[in-house]
Design a protein around this ligand. Structure first.
Ligand code: P6P
Length: 334
C-alpha cells in the first residue's frame, strides 16, 4: 500500500466525501498527536516514573493510575487552544470540561477514555485511548452535560489508539475504518490498513469467564453453545481471548473477527454493565458497524441508545455480525 500520512488521508477523504471540514481535520490531528505523546509516556514505563497509583479516585470510584491522570491532562491541554471544540468529557472527570474563556470555541464536542485498560498498565499489556466526536448543538451558549447526551448514531468521528507492540490509531469518519501505524523515527502516523472489514462469522469469543456464575441465561446459553464445540449446536470449535483492555480485544476482532461481550450480570443487578456508553461503547460501536460488524446491548443497537447520564454504563456485545445477532436474539427470546 502506498504510504500516506494521516493528514493526506483526511484531506483526500474530504475531497471524496466532503465530510471532514477543516475544524474536524484539526480536531482529529490534535487528538492523534496527543495519542503520540501518551504512547511516549506509556512506553517509558518504570523509567518514566509514571507507573503505579496516583492515590486518587475517579468518578467511577476507581483508583486512578498515574498514567490515567497524565493521559487525561495530555488530551485536555492538546485540545483546549485549537478553537475546534466547545467542550470535552472524560472517563476521568466527573463534569464536562468547557473550553477556557481565553480560547475561541468551536462546534465539536470531544469525549474520551484517555487510557483504557488501566489494570494492564503496570504489567506491560496493551492499553489504549478511545475517543468520540459529536457536533455541539447550534447556538450553543455555555456547554452543558445535556449537550453531550446524544445517541451514538450522531457521532461524526470515532477512533482508538492501541499502545502495544506497535502504536496504532484506528479511525472512522463515517466512510469505513482505516488504521494508521506510528512511525516512531519520523513521529508520523502512516496509513497501513484501508477499509477494515470484520468477518461476519467467527470462531473466537471474548468474555471474562470468571463471572460465569453471575451471567443471565441468554449469555450462559450462548457461551455454553460455543463451548460445546463441533458436537454442539454451532457445529464448530471456538477459541477464547480476554485481554481486559477493550481496545486490544476490539482491534483483534477488527482484524480477524470475533465477538466481545461485557454483559450485565447478577453481581450488581442495578448496573447495566461495566463499560461506559458515551466514550467506550459508542465509539467502538460506530467503528465496528463501519467495518461491517454489529454492536448491541443485548436488546438494541448501541448507537440507538438515548443517553441519560454522561457516565452511564451499558452491556456490550460487539463484533462479527452473525454472532452478535445470535446472542442478541437469545436475549430477545428470553
Ligand atoms: P474486567 C478496562 O478496565 C475495561 O474498562 C475494558 O477495557 C475491559 O474490556 C474491561 O474493563 C475489563 O474488565 O472485569 O475483565 O477487569
Amino acid at each position: 500500500m502506498k504510504r500516506i500520512s494521516l493528514t493526506q488521508h483526511l484531506v483526500e477523504e474530504q475531497r471524496l466525501n466532503n465530510n471532514i471540514p477543516a475544524e474536524l481535520r484539526l480536531l482529529i490531528e490534535v487528538v492523534a498527536r496527543a495519542c503520540k505523546t501518551i504512547s511516549h509516556a506509556v512506553g517509558k514505563g518504570a523509567l518514566g516514573e509514571v507507573l503505579g497509583s496516583a492515590d486518587t479516585e475517579n468518578i467511577q470510584g476507581e483508583v486512578q493510575k498515574k498514567l490515567d491522570v497524565l493521559s487525561n491532562e495530555i488530551l485536555l491541554e492538546a485540545n483546549e487552544w485549537g478553537g475546534h471544540l466547545a467542550a470535552m468529557a472524560s472517563e476521568e472527570m466527573e463534569h464536562i470540561h468547557p473550553i477556557p474563556n481565553r480560547y475561541p470555541k468551536g462546534e465539536y464536542l470531544l469525549l474520551f477514555d484517555p487510557l483504557d485498560g488501566s489494570s494492564n498498565i503496570d504489567v506491560n499489556v496493551s492499553i489504549g485511548t478511545i475517543f468520540s466526536v459529536l457536533k455541539a448543538p447550534d447556538g450553543l451558549g455555555a456547554p452543558t452535560e445535556q449537550d453531550f447526551l446524544q445517541a451514538g448514531s450522531r457521532q461524526v468521528a470515532a477512533g482508538y489508539a492501541v499502545y502495544g507492540p506497535q502504536t496504532i490509531l484506528v479511525l472512522t469518519t463515517g466512510h469505513g475504518v482505516n488504521c494508521f501505524t506510528l512511525d516512531r523515527e519520523m513521529g508520523s502516523w502512516v496509513l497501513t490498513q484501508r477499509g477494515m472489514q470484520i468477518p461476519e462469522d467467527t470462531k473466537e469469543f471474548a468474555i471474562n469467564a470468571s463471572n460465569t456464575r453471575h451471567w443471565y441465561p441468554p449469555v450462559t446459553r450462548y457461551v455454553d453453545e460455543m463451548q460445546a464445540g463441533v458436537t454442539g449446536p454451532l457445529k464448530k470449535d471456538f477459541n477464547m481471548r480476554w485481554i481486559a483492555s477493550m481496545v486490544a480485544d476490539v482491534h483483534r476482532i477488527l482484524n480477524r473477527g470475533g465477538v466481545f461481550m461485557y454483559p450485565a450480570d447478577a453481581r450488581e443487578p442495578e448496573k447495566a454493565g461495566k463499560l461506559r456508553l458515551m466514550y467506550e461503547a459508542n465509539p467502538m460501536a460506530f467503528i465496528v458497524e463501519q467495518a461491517g460488524g454489529a454492536a448491541t446491548n443485548g436488546q438494541q443497537r448501541i448507537l440507538d441508545i438515548q443517553p441519560e447520564k454522561l457516565h452511564q454504563r451499558v452491556a456490550v456485545f460487539l463484533g462479527s455480525k452473525n454472532e452478535v445477532e445470535r446472542v442478541t436474539k437469545y436475549h430477545q427470546e428470553a
